[in-house]
Ligand binder design. Structure first.
Ligand code: NAD
Length: 311
């Protein structure tokens, strides 16, 4: 039986973990938040949906208390916590030579960072359209439907990819194996690199941002830089299609009434994932000699705001 760990069991980790557990798999949540771990162990994970609230009985542990090894570890910390999490799991013997380490975190470059800690053939990448929110320790809020695309990070075929895909589909997570996961990751990262920092800096909902008659003039140069940097890394993005997707998020009927997650992190006093979005694009741009002044500036502005809001 595949032993599965969700390492980083906040909102998303708890959603994915609870779905897989409910499909009958052996799942453990691993998280650094003691109150959350304790609440899950005492009362179960409380899942609130649009229509009802239910409890999922699922074990949770702090990283220091992990015992035994896992066949599949799904990393769903925030990006800046992920390397520390993998180091801790490695030190605890939780990773064996065939363990698949898969992440569906937002952002770019996770495969390169993970491959410095574990062999690259153990690294799997996924991109997801599922969402989730935290209500409090041991309590999550789940809305809407989603999907997952996954692939081994080096693009090689692997029986483990098939197994993970099967597990996700058994859990109703609407998964498919991708033949170009990087394109999907970069596309999602483009949307996040545009709307997350702009709505955060301006303290506006997506609708409020999109209502400005010159919003397109603000968005286009950021997209253009990302398309150029992606191309230098052999990822072909369609800038016009990405612009269309971003503008499709503006109406109140779609995502317009929401603040992006970076806004929620920042104004709740938490560090953002900007270094894994715009910051990573700037870094790749420097490596490829492609100027990225707009992404540089967005990164700096978010860091300035973190100085004010993160206590
Ligand atoms: P999260 O903030 O809910 O959880 C991340 C970590 O922070 C967990 O270890 C969690 O326990 C801890 N944490 C959360 N609230 C805390 C609190 N009040 N006190 C102490 N610790 C706390 O993050 P997430 O939304 O699950 O995101 C994980 C990854 O998934 C990120 O890379 C994110 O970009 C990506 N992602 C999220 C969503 C979403 O809808 N939430 C969707 C797609 C991708």
């Amino acid at each position: 039986m595949t032993k599965i760990a969700i390492a980083g069991a906040g909102a998303m980790g708890s959603r994915i973990g609870s779905y897989i557990k409910q499909a009958g798999y052996d799942v453990t949540l691993i998280d650094t938040w003691p109150d959350h771990v304790q609440a899950i162990n005492n009362k179960g994970l409380e899942v609130q949906t649009e229509t009802n609230t239910y409890i999922v009985d699922i074990p949770a542990v702090l990283p220091k208390d992990v015992t035994g090894a896992f066949d599949l570890i799904i990393i769903l910390t925030k990006s800046m916590q992920s390397e520390e999490m993998i180091h801790q799991l490695k030190d605890k013997g939780a990773i064996h030579q065939d363990t698949a380490i898969l992440t569906m975190m937002n952002g770019l470059g996770h495969d390169e960072r993970f491959a410095k800690i574990v062999p690259r053939e153990q690294v799997f990448l996924a991109v997801t359209m599922w969402t989730a929110g935290m209500r409090g320790p041991g309590q999550i809020l789940l809305e809407g439907q989603g999907s997952i695309e996954l692939q081994r990070a080096d693009g090689q075929a692997d029986q483990r990819t098939e197994t993970i895909n099967q597990i996700f589909n058994d859990a109703g997570l609407n998964s498919k194996i991708s033949d170009n996961v990087f394109q999907s990751i970069w596309s999602k990262a483009t949307l996040n690199s545009v709307l997350n920092p702009l709505c955060s800096i301006l303290n506006k909902t997506i609708y409020e941002f999109g209502s400005y008659e010159h919003a397109r003039a603000m968005v286009t140069p950021v997209i253009d830089e990302i398309v150029a940097v992606a191309k230098a890394r052999n990822v072909e993005l369609d800038g016009a299609a990405l612009l269309e997707k971003i503008e499709a998020a503006y109406p109140k009927e779609t995502q317009g009434l929401h603040y992006p997650s970076m806004h929620q992190d920042l104004y709740n006093g938490r560090y953002t994932e900007v270094d894994y979005l715009n910051g990573q694009i700037s870094k790749y741009g420097r490596e490829a000699n492609i100027p990225t002044p707009n992404n540089d500036m967005l990164t700096h502005l978010i860091h300035q705001l973190e100085m004010r809001y993160v206590k």
